[in-house]
Ligand binder design. Structure first.
Ligand code: SF4
Length: 431
């Protein structure tokens, strides 16, 4: 079995993949030139990111979680985590944080081999994960740069009230925008922000069409393993750009062509064979053995038709779109609606909807010990979903970027037993 670490989707076949690769390379080149060109750099997180606003004042975003997962895929995270643990970070800390700290202490070389510039501002959009606060406290100590925090109220009752929206809008207007203007030396042009939000909405339409294509049989996409490539541009530096619009248009066309041809998704070993199991997955993937993990499903004919991880940076398939007519309100709604900001009952509701809408045979939880934001309550979710849908759930444990916590044989055993159980049920062997 191949143990290659980088994904092997066929770039000659997928023009969108080629485009995405170019977009990412150009972004890191812009970052490498940022200091000499006098452009300010803003570090921020994926959930609740304010990419259109960051772009509208001429600053460049860096997303530390994306750097961490890229380090995981490139086999560098283990050494970075060891480096962070040597400096006192405990084993229980989110491994994205330790990977980022280790990378920083090792020269801060980004995934494309260029040095990532230091931040001029840490923009902490707080959408439900406490670790984000602690992470930026560590970076503030290191870089001695200002932090601006956008406090996003938790959706405890599952609704966004006008007061919650106004609370976020006030902070955007009175704190976040002035902080961005100060580091960039440029005033926010609201018209430009609106134009960027209009571009976001166009890309979001196409992304939703891609997600919904999984209703077909066979599904033309894998909405978890393949899905992490699809979210790349919109969850990182490109929401609100022409590049993102072109990428999602191209991707949608490719997927529609696959539907028309009755084809399943491309997997690490080529096109998926006959579709045998349709699954919904909750929880982030493992990045250090990403292809091996994917193969554990694809070799059994299991395709993921929907996942919650691919919604962390925006939940567009429930109807939200960025709205150019109400720029700050729309950014507020986006932050409030992030998956990490949803209550447990709302998360269960979403998963239930996916299981029903995409006619899943089963659902799988990949529980990541060091990510409290996702793993808290997952066993409860499993029981509740089984009760509501009658569809059996599976439970595996791994980690994001710490290779020590990916027990390959154990995980493979569990997945195979789970899929055999689904097969036995189908044959009438289980009640
Ligand atoms: S704990 Fe989870 S949600 Fe929070 S930063 Fe780490 S990986 Fe992200």
């Amino acid at each position: 079995m191949s143990t290659s670490r980088t994904p092997t989707l066929d770039p000659a076949k997928d023009r969108s993949q080629v485009r995405q690769k170019r977009m990412i390379a150009e972004h890191f080149e812009r970052l490498a030139r940022a200091k000499e060109e006098g452009r300010a750099v803003v570090y921020t997180f994926v959930p609740g990111n304010l990419t259109e606003l960051i772009g509208a004042v001429g600053t460049l975003p860096v997303l530390p979680e994306i750097n961490a997962l890229q380090s995981g895929m490139r086999g560098r995270s283990g050494a970075y985590i060891t480096e962070a643990e040597k400096s006192g970070h405990s084993e229980d800390v989110c491994t994205y944080v330790k990977c980022d700290i280790g990378m920083l202490r090792s020269g801060n070389i980004g995934p494309t081999g260029t040095k990532i510039p230091e931040p001029d501002l840490l923009l902490l959009s707080y959408t439900g994960c406490f670790t984000f606060m602690k992470w930026f406290e560590l970076l503030r100590e290191q870089y001695k740069c200002p932090v601006v925090m956008l406090h996003v109220p938790y959706q405890a009752d599952g609704v966004i009230t006008p007061e919650m929206r106004q609370y976020v809008v006030r902070q955007l207007r009175d704190k976040v925008v002035p902080a961005l203007e100060k580091v960039s030396g440029r005033r926010l042009d609201l018209d430009e922000l609106s134009q960027r939000l209009a571009l976001s909405a166009r890309a979001e339409d196409d992304l939703v069409a891609v997600w919904e294509s999984a209703r077909h049989r066979p599904s033309p996409i894998d909405g978890y393993f393949g899905g992490v490539y699809y979210i790349g541009p919109i969850f990182s530096a490109f929401r609100g750009t022409e590049d993102a619009v072109a990428y999602y248009r191209e991707l949608r066309e490719e997927i529609e062509a696959r539907v028309a041809a009755g084809e399943g998704p491309l997997c690490p070993d080529g096109p998926l064979g006959p579709e045998r199991y349709r699954l919904v997955v909750e929880g982030p993937p493992n990045w250090t053995s990403f292809n091996d993990f994917w193969r554990m499903f694809s070799r059994e004919g299991a395709v993921v038709v929907a996942s919650t991880y691919t919604r962390v940076g925006g939940l567009y398939d429930t109807g939200f779109r960025h709205d150019p007519a109400h720029p700050l309100e729309s950014l507020a709604d986006y932050c409030l609606g992030c998956y990490t900001n949803l209550s447990l009952p709302k998360r269960v509701e979403l998963l239930e909807r996916y299981i029903r809408d995409y006619q899943a045979d089963g659902f799988m939880i990949n529980s990541v010990k060091s990510c409290n934001s996702f793993s808290a309550g997952q066993l409860l979710m499993l029981r509740e979903l089984e009760k509501r849908t009658g569809v059996p759930g599976g439970f595996i444990e791994s980690d994001l970027v710490d290779p020590r916590y990916f027990g390959k044989a154990n995980i493979e055993n569990r997945i195979q037993s789970y899929l055999q159980m689904l097969e036995a049920r189908r044959q009438g062997g289980y009640a």
